[in-house]
Design a protein around this ligand. Structure first.
Ligand SMILES: C/C=C/C(=O)SCCNC(=O)CCNC(=O)[C@H](O)C(C)(C)COP(=O)(O)OP(=O)(O)OC[C@H]1O[C@@H](n2cnc3c(N)ncnc32)[C@H](O)[C@@H]1OP(=O)(O)O
Length: 260
């Protein structure tokens, strides 16, 4: 099992749930190290049978302040610096989305710009009352986060956020259906942990193929989507977990899933 030690993250693993704190003080801004650490952590969680669900949250009062504005000049001065940084950012978003274990964003505070990108790449979002989402790129002469935000917001709200940098509060995110829950900050990890443990108790094979299917069919036609889903149904039906679930049902006992 990997020891999960990172310069910009803290990781705790308990009951098949890996909780990751973005830990880059003071505001968890996204620099190269954080991009590399989080991408590697997700790759490792994906391969670790002791991890069945991942929760990402922020250390301190901010989930993630987005691009590290303090070292941006230095990065832009290096030849190819911006394209390398953009590629690493895409790789991180991809690693979250393609992680075979479901990833829950537990938004403890503002998630801005690239921080919104991290949140929107996750499978499930829960928010503290102190949370907010925004695209402040227009305040700092940048552009980004639009593709991610399209997954969360309707046309007019998104355009307003993009063009004004408007911050959407945790309560409003709940009202809009962007997050699953909005709770006092001290209850945030309990809320996320409850969902994570519910997922961890299910068949890992079924859960993994379920999110793989949901991701794969997102951009497919109805016909291709049904076909893909039915191919996956055939695959999951052959798993040991499916056999165990059938047996447990007949024996009127809870199933013991092995993830095979
Ligand atoms: C392509 C992708 C683009 C993007 O991601 S664009 C998004 C860029 N991000 C931003 O524009 C966010 C700017 N920051 C803020 O709005 C606020 O800050 C926060 C809401 C995150 C936190 O507010 P508060 O709790 O009042 O803290 P504070 O006094 O404003 O900041 C504390 C320290 O954090 C540094 N900091 C804030 N944001 C960033 C950042 N994005 N990159 C690097 N450092 C940042 C500050 O400078 C300061 O530091 P010091 O104590 O040394 O003065």
């Amino acid at each position: 099992m990997p020891d999960y030690r990172f310069e910009t993250l803290r990781v705790e693993l308990q009951d098949y749930v890996a909780t990751v704190w973005l830990d880059h003080p003071p505001v968890n801004a996204v620099n190269t190290q954080l991009l590399q650490d989080l991408t590697l952590a997700l790759d490792q969680f994906g391969a670790d049978p002791d991890v069945r669900c991942v929760v990402i949250t922020g250390q301190g009062k901010v989930f993630c302040a987005g691009a590290d504005l303090k070292n941006r000049g230095q990065m832009l001065d290096q030849p190819g610096g911006l394209s390398q940084h953009s590629r690493r950012t895409r790789e991180l978003f991809h690693a979250i989305r393609e992680c075979p274990k479901p990833v829950i964003a537990a938004l403890n505070g503002p998630a801005l710009g690239a921080g919104l990108g991290i949140a929107a790449s996750c499978d499930i979002l829960v928010a503290a009352e102190t949370a907010s989402l925004a695209l402040p790129e227009v305040d700092v002469g940048l552009l980004g986060g639009v593709k991610h935000a399209q997954r969360l917001f309707g046309h007019s709200r998104l355009r307003r956020m993009m063009l004004t940098g408007m911050r959407v509060s945790g309560a409003e995110l709940y009202r809009l259906g962007v997050v699953e829950a909005c709770v006092p900050v001290e209850r945030l990890l309990d809320e996320a942990g409850t969902i994570a443990r519910q997922i961890a108790a299910k068949s890992p094979v079924s859960v993994q193929l379920m999110i793989q299917t949901a991701n794969a069919i997102e951009d497919m036609s109805l016909r291709d989507g049904y076909r893909y889903e039915q191919d996956m149904t055939a695959q999951v039906a052959k798993s040991e977990d499916a056999r165990e679930a059938r047996q447990a049902f007949l024996e009127k006992r809870p199933p013991v899933f092995k993830g095979r």
